[in-house]
Write a protein that binds this ligand. Structure first.
Ligand code: HEC
Length: 110
């Protein structure tokens, strides 16, 4: 009987970290992917976001990160590995990219 309490305490202490779902893992990476978080340019759930406003020839211009919720896994991989003008290049592993893809396709759940 005396071993039950310590074991329970240990699992309670580590529960937060060891039992995250793939979606939660993807959310962590989306927000903090070893580089600038996707969230700053693509919004909280990939719906797209305004990055900056500027003027060009007296015309108001908007720089936006596109909606990436419908992007395929293949396209997501390509975008993350290639060089862009504005978006940084990331060094994410296959399983990290899959987790982000999973997060973008979770629809509504947190
Ligand atoms: C500094 C802003 C910025 C950050 C940070 C950023 N992006 Fe982007 N992203 C853009 C912009 C702007 C475009 C569209 C133009 C381009 O390709 O550069 C884009 C394009 C994309 C595309 C292609 C969309 C399409 O329909 O062609 C995908 C997929 C994407 N980003 C995913 C991500 C993910 C995932 C992250 C985080 C790991 C991320 N981006 C971080 C700005 C950003």
């Amino acid at each position: 009987m005396k071993y039950i309490l310590p074991l329970f305490l240990i699992s309670a202490l580590f529960a937060d970290e060891s039992f995250i779902t793939e979606g939660e893992y993807g959310q962590m990476l989306y927000n903090n992917p070893r580089g600038i978080g996707c969230i700053h340019c693509h919004g909280k759930r990939g719906e797209g976001a305004l990055i900056a406003k500027y003027k060009e020839d007296a015309e108001e211009m908007e720089l936006r990160g596109p909606d990436i919720r419908k992007v395929s896994l293949a396209k997501l991989k390509r975008s993350l590995l290639k060089r862009h003008r504005i978006m940084p290049t990331y060094f994410l592993t296959e399983s990290e990219i899959r987790a982000i893809f999973h997060y973008l396709h979770m629809e509504g759940e947190e």
